[in-house]
Design a protein around this ligand. Sequence first.
Ligand code: SF4
Length: 113
Amino acid sequence: MIRNLKMTDQEIEDLKLASPGSETSLYCQQCRKCIPQCPYNLDIPAIMRSYMSAYGYRNTQQAFHTLADTGISEKTCEDCSSYNVRCVSGFDIKRKITDIARLRLVPEEFLKA
Ligand code: SF4
């Protein structure tokens, strides 16, 4: 019989990562509704997978390769004044892309699988 259902702080943080719409949520639904909204037709769901690999699974090597496959540069979104993409999960897409795009500047040998 389970008696102690009190969650640890780490378990609570992990649940927040999975909550759609939360500020800290990492899990993109891969619905692809954002792609037609982007003036540069970026593969935003793939970029969100890269973000999830880096911050959710701490697999920066996977994140690096997923990001590289999208062909984005480290400056993607930063200077785009026409940016107006809305995410069904409430992600701040521009902020997440600007954040994870920095991985393009890191030499691969520094990354962790
Ligand atoms: S709209 Fe949001 S949840 Fe859907 S694919 Fe794009 S980033 Fe992911």
